[in-house]
Design a binder for this molecule. Structure first.
Ligand code: SAM
Ligand code: SF4
Length: 335
C-alpha cells in the first residue's frame, strides 16, 4: 500500500537507520513474539552484504546506525559487523561523522561489551522491564535477570555510554517499578526511559488491556521530576526527556501509542534479510538482494531513495496504531 507523503512533514531523506542483523532472539517478550518457537527466516545477510549495504546507506546520506534485531548479540559475527561499519565509514572518509549504537537485551553483554567497544561501538541501549527475577522470567518467557545486570555493568565498564535503559510499561505487570528503575539507573549514571506498549506485533493484544500512557507514567513519577514539558534530543529519535527536581539526571518517555511522532521520523529500517523498510508500522519495503549480489553501492543508494518514497505521511498516518502494524514482525525489522 502506498501512502501520500507531504515533503514538508518527513525528512527529505533518511539520516538514521536501524539494522536488524538477525531475527533470532534468546527471549520471547510477551509484547514482541507469541512464543519461543514462532519460527525464524531461513537466511540472513552475510558480512559482505552488510558492507555493501552500509556503503550504500552512507552514499544515500545516512549517518546514524543502530544495530538491533531480534537480539543482535546472538549473531555469531556481531563484533565483525560493528568493525565492518567502522571500516566502510573510514574508507568513505566518514568515520568521524557517523554514530554507531546498539539496542540489546544484554543477555550476552557481559562477554561482548569490551570487544564491541574495541570494534568501534559507541553507545548502547539496554531493554530491561523489571528488576525482579520472577517477573523477568515471566515477561521474557524464561530469560534470566542476573546476566543482564552483569551485562549492564560490563557495558558501563567498557565505556558504552551514555547508557540508556528501555522499559516497556505494562499495567498490572511492572507499572509499580518505575521509581525503582529510575533510582537503579540514576545510581549508575544511566538514563531510564519508559515506553508505551505499542499495538504492533504481539503488542496489539497487550495494548488493549495493559497500556500505561506516558501521561500516567509522568504522574506516578511527578515527585521526582520537574513539571516542565518533556524535550526531545536533537537527532536522537522519538524519546522526550524530563529533568529530575534539583538535579541533572533525566528520565525519557516514548509515546508510540497515545501520541505518535511520525511527522518527525527520519528513520529507515533494514530487515535481517535485506529489505529496506521506511516504517515500522507497514509492510511496505524494497528488496535489496539484486544490488547486494552485484555489490553495487550506487544500486543500494538508489533503492534507499525508492524505499523513502514509500514513507507514510506524518499527518494522517497514525503510526503503530494503524491496523497494518499488528501484522509486522518486530524482530525481523528491528523495533
Ligand atoms: N532484542 C533487542 C532488545 O530487546 O533490546 C532489540 C530488538 S527489540 C525489538 C527493540 C525494542 O523494541 C526493545 O526495547 C523492546 O522493548 C521494544 N519493543 C518490542 N515490541 C514492542 C511493543 N509492542 N511496544 C513497545 N516496544 C516494543
Ligand atoms: Fe527479543 Fe528484544 Fe523482542 Fe524481547 S523485545 S523478544 S529481547 S527482540
Amino acid at each position: 500500500m502506498l501512502h501520500e507523503r507531504p515533503a514538508e512533514r518527513n525528512a527529505p531523506s533518511p539520516r538514521s537507520v536501524r539494522l536488524s542483523v538477525t531475527d533470532r532472539c534468546d527471549f520471547a517478550c510477551t509484547y514482541c513474539r507469541p512464543s519461543r518457537s514462532d519460527g525464524y527466516a531461513s537466511e540472513r545477510l552475510d558480512l559482505g552484504a552488510w558492507k555493501v549495504l552500509v556503503s550504500g546507506l552512507l552514499t544515500a546520506g545516512v549517518r546514524r546506525f543502530r544495530l538491533t534485531g531480534g537480539e543482535p548479540l546472538v549473531h555469531p559475527e556481531v563484533v565483525r559487523i560493528v568493525s565492518a561499519v567502522v571500516e566502510v565509514a573510514a574508507a568513505a572518509g566518514l568515520e568521524r561523522e557517523i554514530d554507531l549504537a546498539m539496542t540489546t537485551n544484554a543477555s550476552q553483554l557481559a562477554r561482548l561489551a569490551k570487544p564491541l567497544a574495541e570494534a568501534g561501538l559507541r553507545r548502547i541501549n539496554v531493554s530491561i522491564d523489571t528488576l525482579d527475577e520472577q517477573r523477568f522470567r515471566a515477561i521474557t518467557r524464561g530469560g534470566e535477570l542476573a546476566p543482564v545486570l552483569a551485562g549492564i555493568d560490563a557495558a558501563l565498564e567498557a565505556g558504552l555510554t551514555p547508557l540508556k535503559l528501555n522499559t516497556v510499561v505494562l499495567r498490572g505487570v511492572n507499572d509499580d517499578e518505575l521509581e525503582g528503575l529510575v533510582r537503579f539507573a540514576w545510581a549508575r549514571g544511566m538514563v531510564p526511559r519508559f515506553l508505551e506498549v505499542m499495538p504492533i506485533a504481539e503488542g496489539a493484544q497487550l495494548a488493549r488491556s495493559h497500556l500505561v500512557t506516558v501521561a500516567e507514567m509522568r504522574a506516578s513519577l511527578a515527585h521526582l521530576l520537574q513539571p516542565d514539558p518533556a524535550v526531545a534530543e536533537p537527532d536522537r529519535g522519538p524519546a522526550k526527556y524530563v529533568r529530575a527536581r534539583g538535579a541533572s539526571e533525566r528520565v525519557g518517555f516514548i509515546s508510540g501509542t497515545s501520541d505518535t511522532y511520525c511527522g518527525s521520523c527520519d528513520r529507515l529500517r533494514v530487515s535481517s534479510t535485506g529489505t529496506l523498510r521506511p516504517c515500522l508500522a507497514t509492510d511496505d519495503g524494497v528488496e535489496s538482494a539484486a544490488a547486494l549480489a552485484a555489490a553495487s553501492t550506487a544500486g543500494v543508494a538508489d533503492l534507499v531513495g525508492e524505499a523513502w518514497l514509500l514513507k507514510p505521511d506524518g499527518r494522517t498516518f497514525k503510526g503503530c496504531t494503524e491496523s497494518s502494524a499488528a501484522h509486522v514482525s518486530m524482530r525481523a525489522i528491528g523495533g
